[in-house]
Design a protein around this ligand. Structure first.
Ligand SMILES: Cc1ncc(COP(=O)(O)O)c(C=O)c1O
Length: 433
């Protein structure tokens, strides 16, 4: 290997095991190429929300604030924990999404967030560095975003323990996670769990009853258990029965052996993907003094400091201006609502179609949230074969395949399809044999 004698073990392992052109990026590129060649090609690979005219969905109030920033606001260093006004405003904005009966408890039983550089990805990395050693077990769903593997299993070299979040019928089920958690408790000193709702790629979120089932299992846990909550798509929920806020407030105060960590950020919440800002908030299993909370927050800040020193300042300044001004806050809430309505319109079209049509190859899971719809395979074919055929027929999709953990499904991103083209996209999808 090139530079072999210079490489660290991590450098060598990552270089040999990470393929930047595999998975979503590869299928995204193929679809983009097709779309250039054929004007009627529909690209359902893009995991960023777009308007019907193809522009990136955004929040005009935030864009305006970015434009008004001074050089100092943009380019001076930010406090290494995050700008103080910003982290307070972010926590308030997050708490406001929780049901009234959970707000107080979630506030009391969690730290102030610490900013992470590099978006939610940076936050996941901080959580991993702070709590896990190489080879520690991490329970992760087989339906997961590709970079989860890169961060936890390829860079940090945690041990992959898979759980099936989506059962064969396409329903969300916690039973396999709970079973595996119980089993690991008999052999491990510490356990990690990665949760992501709304889930990428399956578009699934739990109901209140399902959350309760998971809570009951966590109450029984007798080994230190770190639960990483990846809230990238929090709030994008379209069904009454699905949890429309983070699962995090349901996991604090359960058990002194359970440590929930909320990783969130403006990437999807405020359609600011390239701002590369994330937030890490630690929750506690029991009542905790303020001084201890501050101490824990300093620990997260130290890990952040030793990685990237501090985080982008401009987006923090702009969001502070929006979230601390009642008029702007109301405006951005309205923008959020109208963005959500567009997403819901597309979601409803997909839902109605898959509920009134049958296909011999594809079985839709019961997606209810997020940016994606997801289809299991009824036949022996692989998702890769199906996505290749679909590409030929005018639809770009992303196959999710992993023979080691039973993953085999197709992701169709309705977040970035023009509403008027959804039915045509699904006609192509359902024409597959
Ligand atoms: C589940 C999930 N978590 C995290 C991220 C990454 O977020 P960020 O761009 O803020 O690093 C993504 C991006 O697609 C995602 O799907």
């Amino acid at each position: 290997m090139i530079l072999d004698k210079y490489l660290s073990d991590t450098g060598r392992y990552v270089s040999e095991n990470v393929n930047l052109a595999a998975g979503s990026p590869a299928w995204g590129l193929r679809a983009k190429k097709r779309a250039k060649e054929h004007s009627d090609f529909i690209n359902a690979t893009i995991g960023a929300a777009t308007e019907d005219n193809g522009d990136l969905m955004s929040f005009p109030t935030l864009v305006e604030e970015i434009k008004k920033l001074t050089a100092t606001q943009l380019f001076a260093y930010a406090n290494m924990r995050g700008i103080s006004d910003f982290v307070h405003a972010w926590k308030r904005d997050t708490l406001d999404t929780y049901p009234t009966n959970l707000k107080d408890k979630a506030d009391r039983l969690s730290t102030l967030p610490v900013t992470s550089c590099g978006g939610l990805t940076g936050g996941l990395m901080l959580a991993s560095q702070l709590f896990f050693n190489q080879n520690d077990p991490l329970l992760a769903p087989n339906t997961r975003w590709g970079n989860v593997d890169n961060v936890f299993f390829k860079n940090q070299r945690l041990r992959e323990e898979t759980y099936q979040l989506v059962d064969k019928e396409g329903n969300l089920a916690f039973c396999n996670l709970i079973e595996n958690l119980k089993s690991l408790q008999t052999s491990e000193d510490k356990i990690g769990i990665y949760l992501n709702f709304p889930n990428n790629p399956s578009g699934i979120s739990p109901t209140q009853e399902q959350v309760k089932e998971f809570q009951d299992a966590l109450i029984e846990v007798n080994k230190p258990t770190v639960v990483i909550v990846d809230d990238a798509y929090e709030g994008y929920v379209y069904e009454e029965k699905a949890l429309n806020h983070s699962i995090f407030p349901h996991l604090v105060g359960l058990n002194e052996n359970v440590l929930p960590i909320k990783v969130d950020g403006p990437s999807k919440r405020f359609c600011a993907y390239g701002a590369r800002l994330g937030m890490v908030t630690l929750g506690f299993g029991e009542e905790t003094e303020d001084s201890k909370k501050s101490e824990v927050r300093e620990m997260i800040a130290k890990i952040a400091r030793t990685n990237t020193a501090s985080s982008p300042r401009g987006i923090q300044e702009a969001l502070t201006n929006v979230l601390t001004d009642p008029v702007k806050k109301q405006k951005i809430a309205q923008e959020k609502q109208s963005n959500l309505e567009l997403m819901k319109k597309r979601y409803n079209l997909v839902k109605e179609y898959v509920e009134s049509n049958e296909n011999n190859v594809l079985h839709p899971v019961n997606f209810n949230s997020g940016f994606f719809s997801y289809f299991l395979l009824k036949t022996q074919q692989t998702a890769t074969e199906i996505s290749s055929k679909l590409l030929e027929q005018g639809l770009g999709t992303v196959p999710f395949v992993n023979q080691n953990n039973g993953l085999n499904g197709i992701r169709v991103a309705f977040c970035s399809i023009n509403t008027e083209k959804i039915t045509k996209a699904l006609d192509i999808l359902y024409s597959i044999k």
